[in-house]
Design a protein around this ligand. Structure first.
Ligand SMILES: NC(=O)c1ccc[n+]([C@@H]2O[C@H](COP(=O)([O-])OP(=O)(O)OC[C@H]3O[C@@H](n4cnc5c(N)ncnc54)[C@H](OP(=O)(O)O)[C@@H]3O)[C@@H](O)[C@H]2O)c1
Length: 244
């Protein structure tokens, strides 16, 4: 296979696992990161061990010009982008009463505007190629809402509207756009929670376990594959049945 997948926020957590999983499927990987670090170089080695090419590209997804530059670099390196995974995301949780305008804006800027910035720069290449997959990482809280996460839930709900609208715009060009809505997944984003809180969350998950990054990566792998060629504009929950 000579396909190329670009994954944002790929240095750790879910993004890292998506990059590794797609590399095992034979995708050449473009890893987006913000700051070069040891983990990034280790990940690059692990990916290359799967006999595919790996190219790392720096850039903050919330800055349009940086996305423009990084997409250009990937196109120069690989000549195309078959799959874009908009994974980069942040939280800045606080009850609305105490949430600053800056914290609201920053979460929207990275999670929602970042998804726009990357997609806008990639879509022209996919339109020309008349093929492509865009996979956006949303969240179940974008559907259910969550106290203390007005900024995050709004950004993730926005991603769902964005996904469905774009899916309708580009379906005729054979570009499929879907979202994945993880529930509670063990990563550095959720490590900050106390064990008691995690236990309480687990009680409310019908499958009685917290998810792992691989659970999400498996669904992304499916959405990037030929097996999902009749699926577009969908939001696939990966949450152990937390939200039905
Ligand atoms: N974990 C969960 O329970 C859960 C549930 C639902 C949805 N999600 C979503 O899944 C995605 C991945 O989350 P995670 O749990 O893997 O989080 P994580 O471990 O905190 O990783 C987030 C990744 O995003 C990158 N990132 C943050 N801001 C960025 C920016 N402005 N530009 C480029 N990269 C940026 C980070 O890079 P740095 O290393 O440079 O910070 C990091 O690689 C997010 O969209 C998150 O909202 C997670």
């Amino acid at each position: 296979m000579d396909k190329v997948a670009l994954i944002t926020g790929a240095t750790r957590g879910i993004g890292r696992q998506i990059a590794l999983t797609l590399s095992k499927e034979g995708f050449n990987i473009a890893l987006n990161y913000r700051k070069e670090n040891e983990e990034l170089m280790e990940l690059k080695k692990e990916i290359e061990a799967n006999q595919v090419k790996c190219f790392q590209v720096a850039g903050d997804v919330s800055i349009f010009e940086e996305c423009e530059k990084l997409v250009k670099q990937v196109i120069e390196k690989f000549g195309k982008i078959d799959v874009l995974v908009n994974n980069a995301g942040i939280t800045k949780d606080m009850l609305l009463m105490r949430m600053s305008k800056e914290d609201f804006e920053q979460v929207i800027d990275v999670n929602l505007i970042g998804t726009f910035n990357m997609t806008k720069n990639v879509i022209s290449h996919m339109l020309k190629a008349r093929t492509g997959r865009i996979i956006n990482i949303s969240s179940v809280v974008g559907i259910s809402g969550n106290a203390g996460q007005t900024n995050y839930a709004a950004s993730k709900a926005g991603i769902i509207g964005f996904t469905k609208s774009l899916a309708k715009e580009v379906a005729s060009r054979n570009i499929l756009v879907n979202a994945v809505a993880p529930g509670f997944i063990e990563t550095s984003m959720t490590d900050v929670l106390k064990d008691e809180v995690k236990e309480e969350i687990t009680k409310n998950i019908p499958l009685k376990r917290i998810g792992v990054a691989q659970d999400v990566a498996n669904v992304v792998k499916f959405l990037a594959s030929e097996d999902s060629s009749y699926i577009t504009g969908q939001v696939i929950h990966v949450d152990g049945g937390m939200l039905m």
